[in-house]
Design a protein around this ligand. Structure first.
Ligand code: TXE
Length: 481
């Protein structure tokens, strides 16, 4: 069985403790590789390697940094098939999704920040004829990037790429549940000739390896995506050390569907926004609010299409659109929420149980896509992040009413609005407690735009120049004329 290794100082190494963790394929329930159970010793080594590489890398011209990164982007593209297969085996997601979304986006992340750094401008402020101020940006030094399991290589590279582009050296940790494509990325970096120590990848658990990155005194910033509770713990450790923090946390996103929407487009996209990646995307809409005058028509059509299109099956089959959820414990967590929804008086319109994908997947972690109605906006099912293939439906009559529903959770990541009334769309968009709002679309991403949430969905924004600014220190220089 394959043993995944840490990538430190340009070489592959096991954890110093010699301990390993199991890596399970969620579609089969079988252990298929091992990962290093790293701790603070390994993180310490990685930080030292990053510190040693930093002076050279930070002085390397942006155009050369960009070249390394473009080379990495091309190598990811060239290995699309192998990487897609690895991602699906690690995560349980349909191979279609790995091929068409996860891996292409990982390459796009490197390509985007490799070119963004070439166009990054700083500002000047003239004070009449008295003085000129200019803003100077420099890399922070060694930074930490910690990513989750739902979009493994996609989110890992979304953090690493801007950090490297801005001239930092990185200690990164992928989720211990989905480590494989991060390991492949290390080999790609070696093949691309990325100087040793510029990127270091430490594998292991959150409480051991992740916490050691957050606690290390020489790690200047932490960029984290994951659960809200974990983010809270990270902030507790990092804030008193005055580290820069970017936290992209959970969501409980509303989809608001008005009677005047393009019905076909709204239903079709809602199937995707509810259940893509088995509902395990922080941007999935899990609370669907439908205007009363189309409630029944929309509900019946949504249920019909989900039953027809989303049959849980072997994620390696090219036609599969509903794969396995990421782990046994996650499957159980989602099932416990379905049980809670029943206790709270919810009516399960479809799904509501485990699924058997048969064949080699008979012991995998599959769930039926689940649609529930009849719950209030304030019940736990509608307040807590489930992060699985479970959505609720609720009718509304007025804009004010649905705005209240949409904003009534502790989260504020994203929202979608479906309407042909432009005035209403703007009006609502400006009043929703969400960092990302889509009107008549979902998950349409321009990588230049700010990405992140309000309230318990996080702190800070990723994407575009926001990410480059996060990974930089800013000085103002004032010169008297
Ligand atoms: O996330 P964790 P998990 C939500 C979702 C899910 C829940 C838990 O609701 O059910 O979070 O998922 C590392 N110091 N999202 O358990 O634990 C960990 O090793 C430093 C939302 O995977 O937050 C992993 O690399 N690092 C979401 C990463 O943090 C620590 C995506 C995320 O793990 C750590 C995924 C610590 N003390 C889950 N503890 C989104 N919003 O995209 C853990 N980690």
């Amino acid at each position: 069985m394959e043993k995944i290794k840490n990538y430190i100082g340009g070489t592959f190494r096991p954890a110093q403790s010699g301990e390993w963790l199991d890596n399970v394929n969620p579609a089969t329930g079988e252990i298929y590789s091992f990962i290093p159970d790293s701790d603070e010793q390994d993180v310490g080594e990685a930080v030292e390697a990053a510190k040693a590489a930093f002076p050279e890398w930070s002085r390397t011209p942006a155009a050369i940094r960009s070249k390394y990164m473009l080379d990495i982007a091309e190598r990811i593209e060239a290995q699309l098939e192998e990487l897609a297969m690895d991602e699906t085996n690690d995560n349980g997601k349909p191979i279609w999704l790995s091929r068409n979304v996860d891996i292409p986006r990982a390459s796009a992340n490197f390509r985007f920040f490799a070119t963004a750094i070439l166009h990054w401008e700083t500002s000047t402020h003239m004070m009449d004829d008295t003085a000129v101020n200019y803003t100077h940006k420099s890399p922070l030094g060694v930074v930490g990037c910690i990513s989750p399991w739902n979009l493994p290589l996609y989110l890992f590279t979304w953090k690493i790429a801007p950090a490297l582009a801005a001239g930092n050296c990185v200690v990164a940790k992928p989720s211990e549940i989905t480590p494989l494509t991060a390991y492949r990325l290390a080999q790609i970096c070696i093949d691309a000739g990325l100087p040793a120590g510029v990127l270091n990848i430490v594998h292991g658990s959150g409480p051991k390896a992740g916490q050691a990155i957050v606690e290390h005194k020489d790690v200047k910033a932490i960029s984290f995506t994951g659960g809200t509770k974990t983010g809270e713990g990270i902030a507790r450790t990092a804030a008193p050390m005055f580290k820069k923090l970017s936290l992209e946390l959970g969501g409980k996103n509303p989809n608001i569907i008005f009677g005047d929407c393009d019905f076909e487009d709204a239903v079709k996209t809602t199937v995707r926004s509810s259940f893509s990646n088995q509902g395990q995307i922080c941007l999935c809409g899990s609370r669907i609010y439908i205007e009363q005058n189309i409630y029944e028509k929309f509900r019946d059509e949504l249920v019909k299409r989900v039953q027809q299109q989303l049959v849980p099956a072997d994620p390696l089959m090219k036609e599969t659109r509903m794969g396995a959820v990421v782990s046994k414990s996650h499957k159980e967590k989602v099932l416990s929420y379905i049980e809670l929804a029943r206790e709270e008086g919810g009516n399960i319109l479809t799904g509501g149980a485990e699924a058997d994908a048969g064949g080699r997947c008979k012991n995998g972690y599959f769930l039926q896509p689940t649609i529930i109605e009849g719950l209030s906006e304030t019940c736990r099912t509608n307040q807590e992040e489930i992060f699985g293939p479970v959505v609720t439906l609720q009718p509304f009559e007025t804009e004010e009413e649905v705005l209240g529903y949409a904003n009534c959770t502790p989260y504020g990541l994203s929202a979608t609005i479906w309407t042909s009334n432009l005035k209403r769309a703007h009006n609502l968009a400006h009043r929703l407690d969400s960092g990302i709002i889509w009107v008549n679309t979902w998950l349409l991403r321009d990588l230049r735009t700010p990405f992140g949430g309000m309230k318990q969905s996080g702190v800070g924004r990723e994407g575009g120049y926001d990410a480059l600014n996060f990974f930089s220190e800013t000085r103002n220089v004032c010169i008297k004329l």
